[in-house]
Design a protein around this ligand. Sequence first.
Ligand SMILES: Cc1cc2nc3c(=O)[nH]c(=O)nc-3n(C[C@H](O)[C@H](O)[C@H](O)COP(=O)(O)OP(=O)(O)OC[C@H]3O[C@@H](n4cnc5c(N)ncnc54)[C@H](O)[C@@H]3O)c2cc1C
Length: 561
Amino acid sequence: MTSLGSFDPYLEPWLTARVPRLADYSSQLAEFHDWVRTEVEAQANYTDRYAPPALETYDRNGEVVNRIVANRWYDEQHCELYRRGIIGLPYAENAPHLLTFTMGYILSQADISLHCPVTLTGAVAYVLGSHAPESLRQRFLYDVVRMDGLAKTGGTWATEQHGGSDIGATTTVATPTEPPAAMSDAHGIGRCFFLSGLKWFTSNANSGLAIATARPDGAPDGSAGLGLYLVPSHLEDGQPNHSRIRRLKDKLGTKGLPTGEIELLGAVAFEIAPPPDGFKLMMEALEYSRVHNAVGSVGVQRRALGEALAWAKSRRAFGHVLADYPMVQDELLRMRVDFEAGALLAFEAAITFDEVQRDAERRTWLRLSTALVKYLTAEYAIAASRAALELIGGNGYTSDYPAARLLRDAQVLTVWEGPANIQALELLRLLSPRYRGWEQYESRLQRIRDGIPSALGNLGDALQSRMQGDGNAVAITLRDEQSAQRLARKLLHRLSQSLAFALLCEAASAAMINGDPLPAHSAWRYFEEIEPPAFGAEDDAARLGVLELLQEDSMLSAKNR
Ligand SMILES: Cc1cc2nc3c(=O)[nH]c(=O)nc-3n(C[C@H](O)[C@H](O)[C@H](O)COP(=O)(O)OP(=O)(O)OC[C@H]3O[C@@H](n4cnc5c(N)ncnc54)[C@H](O)[C@@H]3O)c2cc1C
């Protein structure tokens, strides 16, 4: 495969215009893209079909080994990712976290099962780098950010058998103890605990360093009683820590990813944050993971669109290629427009994540946009892979083509890192007087509205009316607790679509100023999707405009195969 010289001709110019520093990594990203689309793609397919990981419980002498055996290809690529700096570059070179998110977007086009551990490792690195006591940072951060092929990978352990959303009900107990001799305070390791309990979902279950929520003896009930702890897989003397993987989950998708149940049997752990800050910090780690979830979802959309386009351009039925049929074109058009919407959403949150590192005032916008973005991009990833599968037809339903795996894998994107209702509850929280999220939302959209050039007056009017509708919807939702609990998910849906439309207007405005009228068609087409006109009354110019964009896409994806 020849390199295009860009990891993504659509996204790269837009991203580097917003964050010029990303351009420093342009050739690295293009090369990463080539590696993913060839090597990682082949591994992902092989692992999914023939060689998923397995749990080895005992060795031949009957001794407990409790180890996960992945195929060598998966293991090698897992190491290679960290060697390429997917987590390390923001630490070694002060690169923006956007670089990691962009690599996650590329990676998920081939393999969510590899992207997930990257997310977890990044979350552990972020917590250690930004919030852990100095002693822990000194001791452990390098382990997860090193780029010599020896990096440890991460885990985040919150979900228990009673549920993953209600983390405040955590039953894992933290009992204070003396640090083991080899890790004594003299080495500056801080406060040490034994953790006991059962973590019901632990992805990348063979991680070297995990963060876990637990309740210290005597701490109050609820989230205020939770601490956050760092759990190494092995102790300083090389012995395994005191935990046991009970079994690996038998899942619908992400077959290459070992997701286990881990029993903590007095596991040695180091305090990152005591109550009441443990829960807050785990939520912050989750913010990071949710942004990854969003860029990963958009990666799936990108891949599904590419597969659907390539098929439609080459498959013939009734004497014509599929792409000549208007119904097929409409489906492709929807996929393309939703991809643009998803990409702008996901990277709005990714860029804001870096802004928060410099300006804590941006945190409310990060949380609010992340809730909207995590929700809608996951829905789009499933819709796109389902659409690709249907377009490819019977072949698409088989494992000979990637659409089937894409669809199976994509289903998890709505579940992990918090399902839609949980994002809706987060939205309600952020709209409360404490956070005043509505002001941030409104001002972001108003700034976009103000920047729309007069030549795109129809988009400006449409955005204005959408914003008025948003204001009404918020008022109705928040009028009492009952309405809030019932309407929050609908509100989440509405605001996430409005934000996507606004971002499409912003991209269209910038393009128009640079003499490119086509993105305005995407924005209008998206508006027609979220506010459908009368039956059959869609704007034909917008349709033809997006078809032209699709034509460019199919030429690019042909080169890319
Ligand atoms: C493949 C996979 C890997 C995972 N890996 C990890 C991992 O590494 N670490 C980890 O900690 N977790 C992990 N999880 C768990 C995941 O984060 C949880 O499944 C998720 O948070 C939802 O929790 P739950 O499944 O317990 O569902 P529940 O919390 O029981 O929720 C079930 C449903 O009820 C809804 N709901 C819950 N409360 C409310 C409410 N108040 N109002 C309205 N609706 C509500 C939810 O939206 C959801 O749809 C993984 C899950 C999967 C599938």
